[in-house]
Design a protein around this ligand. Structure first.
Ligand code: CP
Ligand code: NVA
Length: 314
């Protein structure tokens, strides 16, 4: 049977098989090559996309809006300052109405449950553009970037240093476990990813051969092919600033930390936005090992691929 993702939502990546994820990465590669050749198609012509944002965004919004619009689709940006989403109107009612007017919905916000409710009641594909728990479209862009750097990602080691329980770390754990990439989280015990997720990940990792390690020990970086970090204070957690700075200061990714990989070919990744001088130093993120800017560009190609796969019969 030919693989088809037509009509599917992308909410966590947990319900996508390794083959489906590889298919999306392959399609992203194709879409990127087309873009580099200046080829423009009209594959979203006649389609509409609702872009719901409770939290701020630069990359995610721009990636969805430009990827959809340049192919003839009509994206509509709707911040929660503009629409009734859970305030005055139940989320399921908004979902039903949007599903009557739009071909798909992107949601960025706080609760994962909101993305799930939108998917359940709208009847159209819903894309999770970041919630407190997951950032699946980011993980796809990150793995496209890893593939570009190393070819096959299987048995490469990705090491995430920083807030181990945040949305980005969780989504990287899922995609690594699915694709057979070894994933090491270096984080203080207070910020270990939760057991519930680790229980879900364990059989996936066993099936793919991925080794998942969670440790407070910075020396676990040794041998990593890629070092990844994210902000210490995610959106919505601003009140935790002092506590996080205290916990995470020893985990700053700087030159000394990069050298701990013991590999001259290791790369640096960051989902952005970055706070230079906190989770990463400027010499690392702006230096020769950084692929952060490719990652940002790859958000657009991977997001276009997700929309093509779920909205068109390609
Ligand atoms: N990486 C990412 O999601 O960036 P934005 O918050 O700018 O969308
Ligand atoms: N963990 C960060 C990711 C930003 C793209 C946040 O949720 O703010």
């Amino acid at each position: 049977m030919l693989l088809s993702l037509f009509g599917r939502s992308l909410l966590t990546l947990l319900d996508f098989s390794p083959e489906e994820i590889r298919y999306l990465l392959k399609l992203s590669n194709k879409v990127k090559a087309e873009a580099k050749k200046g080829k423009i198609f009209k594959r979203f012509s006649g389609k509409t996309l609702a872009l719901l944002f409770e939290k701020r965004s630069t990359r995610t919004r721009c990636a969805f809006e430009t990827a959809f619009g340049e192919e003839g689709g009509h994206p509509v940006f709707l911040s929660t300052a503009d629409i009734h989403l859970g305030e005055k109107e139940a989320i399921e009612d908004t979902a039903r109405v949007l599903g009557r007017m739009f071909s798909a919905i992107q949601f960025r916000g706080f609760k994962q449950e909101t993305a799930e409710t939108l998917a359940k009641h709208s009847g159209v594909p819903v894309y999770n553009g970041l919630t407190d728990l997951y950032h699946p479209t980011q993980a796809l862009a990150d793995f496209l970037t890893l593939e570009e750097a190393f070819g096959n990602v299987k048995e490469k080691t990705l090491c995430y240093v920083g807030d181990g329980r945040n949305n980005v770390a969780r989504s990287l754990m899922i995609i690594s476990a699915k694709l057979g990439t070894h994933f090491t989280v270096v984080t203080p015990p207070e910020l270990f990813p939760d057991d519930e997720l680790r229980k879900k990940i364990s059989p996936l990792a066993a099936a793919s051969g991925s080794v998942i390690t969670v440790t407070p020990d910075i020396n676990a970086i040794k041998g990593a092919d890629a070092i990844y970090t994210d902000v210490w204070i995610s959106m919505g957690e601003e009140d935790k600033r002092e506590e996080r700075l205290k916990l995470l200061s020893p985990y700053q990714v700087n030159k000394t930390m990069m050298e701990k990989t013991g590999k001259s070919g290791s790369i640096f990744l960051h989902c952005l936005p970055a706070i230079k001088g906190e989770e990463v130093t400027a010499d690392v993120i702006d230096g020769p090992q950084s692929r952060a800017w490719d990652q940002a560009e790859n958000r657009k190609h991977t997001i276009k691929a997700v929309m093509l796969a779920t909205l068109t019969k390609i």
